[in-house]
Design a protein around this ligand. Structure first.
Ligand code: ATP
Ligand code: MG
Length: 399
């Protein structure tokens, strides 16, 4: 049997004059990712993208799983593609119904005939197909008001399609349609979720991770690479930049009051994020911060770091409970990696009594005890980049 994949556009159908821009971006993304599964034709019309395998070698199971991860599509389904004749449609239904409808009690058929040359009109197609389905699985009943499943038969220009049910697509907007942002990616639960949420709104994600070798280990960095690999299955290629904050942490540790350690480190992170974003042409920063989650995420503490931001900072988890964040992290399959117990630079040199209501001038006074500019420049020199594509990490570079 000849199977195809049908994908429904999401929010982009609401775009007015710009709709073409979003559509062509989404179509390009679908093509790029579907070609990885073998030869196929990808066509878009009437808010639907059709993926039609050209040979038996096309991996339709793999393609179907992939297409559910493409932002911009709200619904996906697998359909049978058959010759445009009632005999061919009936034959196909007889083979297809036992596996596809066996778990349901009631059904109805909906027919759509965009090729008006087809000899039967829509009600007649429904009658014919309903009859074939009932004779194939006699325990099924027709229920036009509230069926368990709707079987759709569409007579299109080149073929007839039969399908039932629809899986949820990833939703959102095509990646890249909303610009590029730099995600501060730690090994925790929240930041991969934050990156996923912004990518869903069409943001192309670039990542920045801070390490503090030898206080943080090679394995801790590997864990973050694993997280980025999972994210890349949704977000596309991710360039993950890594900066060492070892010297910064040592300087803070030696010179500043302990209560301010985390806040000071976070202010350095913000400065380095500004520089990285500028270098790699990102127009916003993204963090996994959630209000009140830890001492450095009170409104006052966020304020003390936020004053240094040179661009918008998006914090999509800010109003979410941990449980809600965990739910998403399970869905995108990052949770099990995030909970692996490895240290993060934020967890070394942690103060026993961190300031929860810091005052900016006092933070600045502590900070003035170290040479901020020199430390930032020195840390920025350590930047190197790991390219993560489709679940694989490529060689590192520091260009
Ligand atoms: P996560 O928030 O990802 O679960 P976490 O809770 O351990 O990790 P926090 O200490 O809450 O991290 O840090 C808040 C945010 O700061 C993170 O969501 C992330 O955006 C950023 N951040 C923290 N540590 C790092 C790091 N080592 N590299 C890059 N960004 C970091
Ligand atoms: Mg957190």
């Amino acid at each position: 049997m000849n199977e195809i994949i049908l994908c429904k556009y999401g929010e982009i159908v609401l775009k007015g004059a710009n709709r073409k821009f979003f559509e062509s971006m989404l179509n390009r993304e679908v093509k790029r990712r579907m070609y990885l599964y073998g030869p196929c034709e990808v066509r878009a019309s009437q808010s639907t993208i059709t993926i039609d395998p050209k040979t038996d070698t096309f991996d339709i199971d793999g393609a179907y799983e992939e297409v559910k991860k493409i932002f911009g599509l709200v619904g996906v389904s697998r359909a049978l593609k058959v010759e445009k004749s009632m005999e061919a449609i009936a034959d196909a239904l007889r083979a297809w119904v036992p596996t596809q409808l066996s778990q349901y009690k009631t059904f109805k058929v909906e027919a759509k005939r965009s090729d008006k040359a087809f000899p039967l009109n829509s009600p007649a197609i429904c009658d014919e197909c309903g009859g074939v389905i009932l004779s194939t699985l006699p325990r099924l009943r027709v229920n036009v008001r509230n069926p368990d499943i709707v079987v759709r038969v569409e007579i299109r220009d080149t073929a007839a399609y039969i399908h039932a049910g629809q899986d949820k697509g990833a939703g959102g907007m095509p990646v890249g349609s909303a610009g590029r942002a730099l995600l501060l990616l730690s090994g925790g639960i929240d930041s991969p979720v934050a990156g996923f949420m912004m990518a869903k709104r069409g943001v192309k994600i670039e990542a920045l991770h801070f390490e503090s070798f030898p206080y943080t280990s090679e394995r801790a960095r590997e864990k973050v690479v694993e997280l980025a690999k999972k994210m890349s299955l949704y977000c596309g290629e991710i360039h993950m930049h890594v900066i060492s904050v070892t010297k910064i942490q040592e300087a803070i540790n030696e010179n500043c009051e302990e209560d301010y350690f985390t806040l000071l480190l976070r202010r350095f992170m913000m400065r380095l994020a500004n520089k990285t974003a500028e270098k790699y042409k990102c127009n916003a920063l993204v963090t996994g911060e959630s209000l009140g989650q830890v001492a450095s995420q009170t409104m006052e503490a966020l304020g003390v770091t936020n004053v240094l931001a040179e661009m918008p900072v998006f914090r999509p988890c800010i109003g979410m409970d941990k449980e809600e964040i965990i739910e998403i992290s399970r869905r995108i399959d990052t949770f099990d990696i995030s909970i692996e117990p490895f240290e993060d630079c934020c967890t070394v040199f942690t103060p026993r009594h961190p300031r929860t209501k810091p005052v900016l001038w006092k933070v600045e006074r502590e900070e003035s005890k170290v040479d901020v500019d020199a430390l930032v420049d020195e840390a920025f020199e350590t930047l190197y980049t790991i390219k993560i594509t489709r679940g694989e990490a490529e060689a590192e570079s520091n260009d």
